[in-house]
Ligand binder design. Sequence first.
Ligand SMILES: [Zn+2]
Length: 327
Amino acid sequence: MVQRASAVSQATEQTIFQCNYCHYTDYAPVINNIRDWEYGVTGSYDYYQCSHCEGVQLNPFPNLEDLKLAYDIDYHGYAEGQKRGLLFSALYAAKEKLFRRHMRKFVNPSSKVLDVGCGAGDFLDNMQSLGVSRLEGIDFSQEMIDKLNARGITGHCGTFPQFDAEFQSYDLISMNNYLEHTLTPVQELEKSFDLLRCGGHLVGEVPGFDSWERRLFGRYWGGNHVPRHTYQFNTDFLYKILQSAGYQDIQISHQLNTGHWALSVQNFLQRKAPDLKHNPAISSGRSRVYVPMLLLFIPINIFCVLMRKSGCIKFTAQKPLANSDHD
Ligand SMILES: [Zn+2]
């Protein structure tokens, strides 16, 4: 059995590692003593890499109740669209415009779309502005789902493994910044495969664990985001689990996204804050240095993208037109 530990109560207890992918117990520690410098959720965490399958997972590994507690905060993912000044708004608008352009090739007005881990619903709002009306989102925050329903988008409160949907009913499923947050990524990729119609697409984004920024900042890397990031992925491992779920035409690309760079600097500066949970320098997990750092790191981030060492990986994958058996 994998030892479970509370995201808010664990600290020093002895843990026994078992890989959640292949169940081997041999591992290599990759990063130690990571804390939640953004929101101050209690605990010290490590990332372990399985020596057998090379999957990377958080240790101690939370259960669902622990994980829900780790989001019971002023979480930025539940507050997108918030005001962080003109500069942030301009950067955010530019990013969203590029994203909509990218998504046009996957949807048309009659497409049925599901966003898994929809948070505040930014992805679905983008789909709506592309003229898509059959939109659904799923998230375990009732507050987010209520807001989604209030603006005419079908929201489902719960987790994706609990979600009961019609087989082969969606044209597009989105898992943007989702797989690294979940407890069962492989099973959920398989479920997304089952829920897509033949020829439908899965799109998503995860932090790039092989990135230079992760190697540079280590425990302060913004992509750690513990204990909410339960798993980490590099491109090869992501490809492997998408393929084993049955997907084909898998495209994985490195993205320009300076968010983790900015957060890494913020984490480093906040590492000695006396009370992370009530840190006056932080609002919705972000400090004043965050937005200027987004701009400052653009040149180096472009270089990382060109060298395929960016901290943000985007993926698209297609369910084969003729459904084939998969494990
Ligand atoms: Zn393993």
